[in-house]
Design a protein. Structure first.
Lengths: 317, 546
């Protein structure tokens, strides 16, 4: 198992190199670039622009810029932002706690609710409960998240005034968990609704397949109680496809959710990425994209390892 | 046309009076009687963007300006009526008061600093800091946004700790705009790289408010400076909250989490008017939407064509349909707020379809069988470009398309994201000269110098003359305006320049923005400015009520 993991991780290095080189070239090819933000300044002259270009290191050919970037990455350092001049790792580090908090809460909640709803729907197929959950899932899945977030805000923050409209905490209340929690509810709800909808559907269809299997009939025939049949024998197998989907969501734990963070002014990595994107702040973009790509690789590996845990017939070698 | 505009304005004023019961345009509508003024308190302000660096030398963002205006301090600043006022300097140096001396081509400007000035960390602020600021602006390693003026200084002479003489190697009329944000020598002189210095994230200034904290993605907090030269500000704290989304800003204002919502969306105007406890400030801004015509394209080389297009566009209708009638017709590149504004250029191109058609006929563009004009086998079919995703501009384009169809010009829409539209030469759509017509905005600066915008020597890549306008008389005016130090002489020069611009029409001014700033009625002395110095120029005077 250990050797397998190391082999997989080593194998990911060339893959990541190719990915980063591609992302870097695509960014360079995109018209505009980091100097465009200065274009609306009526006083900007060619000489000033050229000086900024040199100071940002953008006068060098893209291939050289990429090698410089790579040199920094090997030292586990992603360079400095073109605009703030700060270390990129520091900028991401400040945003990460907020993103992790929002994403783990939203994901944990959605997993729990999504799987439970999916399992019950599958067991009670075509019941009133199943129809209700199915209908709600389709409604949830079709809701435009942006609109839904604003509706949540209007109802709970503006009209009822039960919850704050945005931010991580009130001024001076950053250390108060209850204050943070009250700020967390709306953005987490906005994110969860979509994920619950999709994960309950995955769980339902996967469980439906499992409960028709012969080993389930055997388990029932052995006289096992329904709980053991469903949870021990059914769910364990039914979860395998769900694991794949969830493991691929791993990068979003890090990268955050741009729309939710924007509407609820949540100070996470998603907004950092979006701001960097609008300005073509290459070092920040490259860092977030590279870390996300690495997490996809790790997520895949984790999924494979969880398969082995869930299904003893799968052997990793 | 003139009368209809007047009617329009009269109706507008009348409706305002009805709503407010008093107050002419520009004055706030107070929703409820303010309570007793109090000392202290925190004012929370919405800021749409997060600053990149709190250092005006290297940041081009309005968000940075807004924070630094309350924090940094400079020699001279200006108020909401665009008058220069001395800040850390005792007076604004001019020819008249002897602060500016000219000998031949050279110019010397003398600044006297106020007595007893201190940086927020207690270190004395002296002439050394002015000289240091000059050195930073001319340091080639620092990614300074604009070195304009600083690059015309031969040396800075420190006469005594309170007196500094700036020696210019040529006459430079906009000198007063320089050194508007001073940098502390004692903190930055040994910085290995000013672009990356931690100072840019936790600056030390000499303004009314001191830096307290910057929470990434969330807010910047400033606290009152008890040693401010005008005295301690009335409020204790300003929090700039970064709220990118307009709907969020509205809800946060409504639920009491915000005192100031800056530059509200015009689509929220009605809803904002219904909010209790807030005051809407409608401020005429020094920013104008305009249509550029690329003079290198064959369609626009004849002046009569450009005039025809100017006559074919119904500006008041655009304001009514898209901007609730709040935005005012623009005729010049200079704001009516500026002392050098030329009212004689107003109404030179009233909406007149028939006149537009006649001018196009005269220019040889005849209507073809498909209703589109053509000349020498070329159809008058052009593209108009603007920043994709900016709804008001996209709607304006549709109206322009409709107006020009009336006179036989086919317009297709060809929009790009800001990064491409405003991108550098040669790839940028404007700089690279790839556009036919373009719709966007310029800010009319307080100082009238705009050589970089209209001089033939400023055609990209050298400057921002994207319309590629070459007019020798205009060039001469712009050169003269740059070195004319007498206020009246400058007014004459730039009034003439506005007349030349109006006669040549390389671009059509459309509408002046009206900023909608909304503030809690508990905030007193909030005086938004429509110019580039923003809403914080008098933050030291702000006060809260019970």
């Amino acid at each position: 198992m250990g050797a397998y993991v190391i082999r997989r991780l080593l194998g990911a290095i060339p893959l990541l190199l190719v990915i980063t080189a591609m992302v870097f070239s695509l960014m360079q090819l995109a018209p505009g670039g980091p100097l465009a933000v200065y274009g609306e300044n009526p006083h900007l002259t060619a000489a000033d622009l050229e000086a900024i270009k040199v100071a940002m290191g953008l006068d060098k050919p893209p291939a050289i810029q990429y090698l410089y970037w790579l040199k920094e990455v090997v030292q586990l350092n992603f360079g400095h932002s073109l605009f703030t001049g700060r270390a990129v790792m520091e900028m991401i580090g400040e945003r990460l706690p907020a993103t992790l908090l929002l994403m783990t809460v939203a994901m944990g909640f959605s997993l729990l609710v999504g799987i439970v709803l999916g399992v019950i729907s599958a067991i009670k197929q075509y019941s009133k409960f199943d129809f209700t959950v199915t209908t709600l899932a389709f409604v949830g899945y079709s809701l435009p998240p942006f609109w839904f977030g604003i509706v949540l805000m209007i109802v709970f923050a503006s009209t009822l005034q039960w919850l704050p409209a945005g931010g991580l905490a009130d001024y001076g209340q950053e250390g108060n968990p209850l204050n943070v929690l009250s700020h967390l509810v709306l953005p987490a709800a906005m994110l969860s609704i979509l994920q619950i909808a999709s994960w309950s559907r995955y769980t339902r269809s996967s469980m439906l397949e499992v409960v028709r299997q012969e080993y389930i009939r055997t388990a029932r025939a052995k006289g096992l109680d329904e709980w053991s049949v469903i949870v021990k024998h059914g769910l364990r197998n039914g979860l395998i496809p769900v694991v794949t989907v969830v493991a691929l969501s791993l990068p979003s734990l890090f990268a955050g959710a741009i729309m939710t963070e924007t509407i609820f002014t949540w100070p996470g990595v998603g907004r950092l990425f979006f701001d960097a994107l609008t300005k073509s702040d290459y070092p920040v973009l490259m860092a977030i994209l590279t870390i996300s790509a690495s997490l996809v690789v790790i997520g895949n590996l984790l999924a494979d390892m969880i398969y082995a845990l869930l299904d003893p017939r799968i052997r990793l070698s | 046309m003139q009368t209809s505009t007047k009617h329009h304005l009269v109706a507008f004023f009348a409706s305002l009076l009805l709503i407010t019961g008093c107050s002419p345009k520009g004055e706030p509508r107070v929703a409820s009687a303010p309570g007793k003024p109090i000392d202290g308190g925190t004012v929370i302000v919405q800021e749409q963007q997060e600053p990149d660096a709190l250092n005006k030398a290297i940041s081009s963002m309005m968000a940075s300006t807004n924070v630094l205006t309350a924090l940094q301090g400079g020699l001279v600043t200006y108020d909401d009526k665009l008058n220069y006022i001395p800040d850390l300097a005792e007076e604004v140096p001019t020819l008249a008061n002897g602060g500016v001396k000219v000998s031949g081509d050279k110019m010397i400007v003398t600044y006297k600093l106020r007595k007893g000035l201190r940086w927020h960390d207690g270190h004395p602020l002296t002439a050394e800091d002015v000289a240091f600021t000059q050195a930073v602006y001319m340091n080639p390693k620092v990614k300074v946004i604009s070195r304009e003026g600083y690059n015309k200084v031969s040396h800075v002479e420190i006469v005594d700790p309170q007196t500094v003489r700036i020696h210019f190697n040529q006459r430079f009329a906009p000198y007063v705009e320089m050194y508007d944000k001073l940098l502390p020598k004692h903190l930055l002189a040994n910085s290995p790289d000013l672009n990356k210095d931690p100072f840019n994230r936790a600056p030390v200034g000499a303004g009314p408010f001191k830096f307290e904290s910057w929470k990434s993605g969330d807010s910047i907090t400033l606290v009152a400076n008890p040693d401010y030269w005008r005295g301690k500000p009335k409020i204790d704290r300003i929090i700039y909250k970064f709220i990118p989304d307009e709907n969020s800003a509205f809800v946060q204002l409504k639920s009491g989490g915000l005192h100031v919502y800056q530059h509200a969306a015009i689509t929220q105007y009605k809803a904002l008017k219904r909010l209790p406890g807030v005051t809407i400030y409608e401020t005429p801004a020094a920013t104008y939407e305009h249509i550029d015509m690329n003079l290198e394209k064959p369609y626009f080389q004849d002046k009569r064509v450009r005039k025809a297009i100017a006559h074919a566009i119904n500006k008041p209708e655009i304001s009514t349909y898209i901007f609730k009638g709040l935005w005012q017709e623009a005729w010049s590149d200079k704001s009516p707020l500026n002392y050098h504004y030329n009212p004689a250029v107003e109404n030179l191109y009233p909406y007149d379809i028939e006149l537009a058609k006649r001018l196009l006929d005269e220019a040889g563009w005849k209507v073809g069988s498909d209703g589109v004009r053509a000349k020498d086998g070329q159809r008058f079919s052009v593209k108009i470009s603007t920043t994709a995703g900016r709804k008001p501009r996209e709607l304006t384009e549709l109206l322009v398309q409709h107006y020009l169809k009336q006179v036989g010009i086919e317009v297709t829409i060809d929009n790009y994201p800001g990064a491409i539209l405003f991108g550098p030469h040669p790839d940028g759509h404007l700089r690279g000269g790839k556009f036919d017509m373009a719709l966007y905005a310029w800010v009319s600066p307080v100082d009238p110098n705009n050589l970089n915008l209209w001089h033939s020597g400023s055609i990209p890549p050298n400057g921002q003359n994207s319309v590629r306008w070459r007019n020798p008389e205009m060039d001469a005016m712009l050169e003269a305006g740059l070195v004319a130090l007498d206020r009246e002489e400058r007014r004459r020069i730039y009034q003439r320049a506005q007349a030349i611009l109006a006669e040549d029409v390389p671009m059509i001014p459309l509408l002046w923005w009206t900023n909608l700033d909304v503030a809690s009625s508990k905030l007193l002395n909030f005086k938004p400015s429509g110019s580039a110095n923003g809403n914080f120029w008098n933050a030291h005077e702000w006060q809260l009520t019970e």
